[in-house]
Design a protein around this ligand. Sequence first.
Ligand SMILES: Nc1ncnc2c1ncn2[C@@H]1O[C@H](COP(=O)(O)OP(=O)(O)OP(=O)(O)O)[C@@H](O)[C@H]1O
Length: 293
Amino acid sequence: MTVRAAFQNVSFSHDRKTNLALNHVNLDIEDHKIYGLWGRNGAGKTTLLHCLFGLIQPSEGSVSVSGSSPMNHKQLTEDICFIQENHPLHPLWKIKDVFVISRHFYPNWDEEKAVQLLERFSLDSKMKIKQLSKGMKTAVSIVIGMASKSRVTVFDEPSNGLDAASREAFYALLIEEYEQSQRTFILSSHYIQEIQGIVEELIVMKQGEIVLKEPIDQLLERSVYIMGQSAIIHEHFHQVPVLEKKDIQDMRRIMVETSRLNPPGAAAVDVQYDQVPLQQFLLRKTEPEEGRE
Ligand SMILES: Nc1ncnc2c1ncn2[C@@H]1O[C@H](COP(=O)(O)OP(=O)(O)OP(=O)(O)O)[C@@H](O)[C@H]1O
């Protein structure tokens, strides 16, 4: 796979103090993948995306997109499109004006696609931005991202304000576009349940660091609940690192990572295994250290 963008040992502080919003981040973004970006509030996702888009310069390390630094690099707009949450659109513009501006901004702009997608969201190009609801504005920004044809397209909280039908339309569009191109998409979202069926690989941040970058299927497979009699769980799994423990009367349920799970004779033990909802697993994985059991 071709690496389209790379972070090498990137650190960044907003206040030029020791408080690092990005802490020695190393990350490769490959061509033709759908990534999810997840982290708790303040984890560093926006700062990471701003570095990728060249809006801020790392205090340390380097970022490259298609081999060049994205800082003040106008030509890179064909390689990267960043659709922010509440993407800034002038209230007096009509949607068709937005398309004219986008055509100048994105060298690979696909007007036919833009018009087609607008219809999918039941929007009229003559409508002014100020006439649009929150969800309709989000839909316009999604159309920009899709029709930009940029190699790396970032959608920050892409379903902001979208109703169920529009969300479904967005994810269907994303898959269509992904299948017909070599594009890479990054979906930054707090709603992991919504994106987990779409993304191939998940990047998880905690306190400025990348704590996980893994195919989503693998993540789902290796996070398990083990349930059984407390005494049995204790006897057979007391050496396994536990992410979460719950006792109900004489029964115990523990959350573990299977990659670390190798208890002797586990197969013969009378316990039940269950898949952990991804959100629960991620919450435990990103818990502040002192909050962990
Ligand atoms: N303009 C700023 N000035 C000072 N500190 C900032 C600024 N923007 C962000 N930070 C700090 O940088 C860290 C990372 O913030 P960032 O906005 O990148 O997180 P995030 O993961 O996008 O959070 P959220 O999910 O809440 O949007 C936080 O500790 C935050 O307090």
